[in-house]
Design a binder for this molecule. Sequence first.
Ligand code: ARE
Length: 484
Amino acid sequence: YNGQPICSGQTNVVVHLFEWKWADVASECSALAQLGYCAVQVSPPQEHAVLEDPGTGLPPYPWWQRYQPVSYALDSRSGSHQEFVNMVETCNDVGVYIYVDAVIQHMTGGQSGYGSSGSFYDGATEDYPGVPFSTDDFHKQQPDECTTSSGEIEDYSDAQQVRFCRLVGLRDLRTANDYVRDMLVEYLNTLVDIGVAGFRVDACKHTMPEDLEHLYTNMHDLPTRWFPAGSRPYVFQEVIYVGGDEPIRPEHYTHIGRVTEFRYSANIGNIFRGWDGQQLSYLEDFGEGWGFMDGLDAVVFIDNHDNQRGHGPGGDSVLTYKDDRLYKMATAFELAWPYGQPRVMSSFAFDDTEAGPPSDGNGNTYDVECFNGEWVCEHRWHQIENMVGFHNAALGTGMSHWRTISDNAIAFGREGTAFIVINNEDHEVSGDFETGMPDGEYCDVISCDGPTPPCNSCGSVTVSGGNAHITVPNDSDSMVAIHV
Ligand code: ARE
């Protein structure tokens, strides 16, 4: 395992097209290729529960029904098996890869019904004929497995509960069992053989690292139709840790794959909001300097599909598309800063934190139409999409030319490949900056369509002797960014 994301060319940004249908992802891939995105994280593609009536006060067909697997048939709210295959092939052909959200530690909650592919299931008796799994394939309340009387995880400071009891009622697979492992490996290999290049593995804290390692090492090599012979699937794992004394840590999983660094998301909100005594100047050593995991092990993000809506950790400080200006600044920082593999969130608009994506009364998801008020498409906001180019131009270089202009205004470069100024003060900032950039004229990618002059009616920066005079207003963007 080498931790290198599977990407084509000099790219490594992942975009999470949350709840998009496969056909819409397929049509988006050529634009993503042009913008320099590496890969798309897609929603879980396996057959899932269909919750028309999930309970009192809850909306029909919540987004989280997809985190309740019924079988591994590739037939979901996002589309059919054939549409999934078409998407992977279309995207791979333009060099944008598909990373699948793999839900492998559990099946559904305690209800029964029919899944998105028509398979019957019964959570109460742990019967999933679509796989098939039956009750022997699930952890039980017994001394060497789940030790709580409720059968639920009650205390995250007890590692055994976290591994062997149910997470919010979800039927907990015996992932040490050979048969369960075989079924999971078969699912993952179906995806790899189609051309899926990587996985975001769900809820890894709740599975022993050796069980996951078994799955990863038994995956096939990526198909040579698109990838060099011997290429291994890329894996990053969801292990939530934001501090405190939980015994299970991201570091217990980094020898087998990357891990999501939730401390990044939890802290960056406070910094840009100025909460908890935080300010932008403290970003100078953001990353390992803050006690986060090694950047080469980390996947980072401003918000994810959970914490943007109050699921998972982070709380009110998490920045989302609703914070417009602060969100653009934080995401630009993420894409400019050399720590971790960055992921960009692309959301559907919501008020109800449990509501599913825009859909008709039968729970059929609508086609994506960016910026129509329902599909937010943060990844196409030009201040964000253009920073993908900045990220790629600077890839492999370290941070340089740091300057604390004031508590909440900072500037830094990337060893002569790129330079950014971020102004989170309530007034304009202006100054002469040592940028380290080659002399010449650059277009500001925050306000322009691209980096290359002429910068028609948008910002330009002239570097002379490595220095530039830059003024950053306090407006809706409050940034200037240039790159080679
Ligand atoms: C839903 C209902 C529940 C119901 C259950 C079963 O909301 O009330 O009991 O169904 O019927 C998502 C949703 C859940 C949803 C689930 C299944 O968020 O609300 O349950 O889908 O439909 C922990 C885990 C972490 C997990 C978070 C949410 O460690 O892995 O909880 N995140 C992933 C996904 C989620 C998904 C699942 C896992 C399940 O990203 O989208 O759930 O597949 C501390 C700990 C964390 C802990 C956190 C919980 O911070 O350190 O480890 O995270 O508390 O707040």
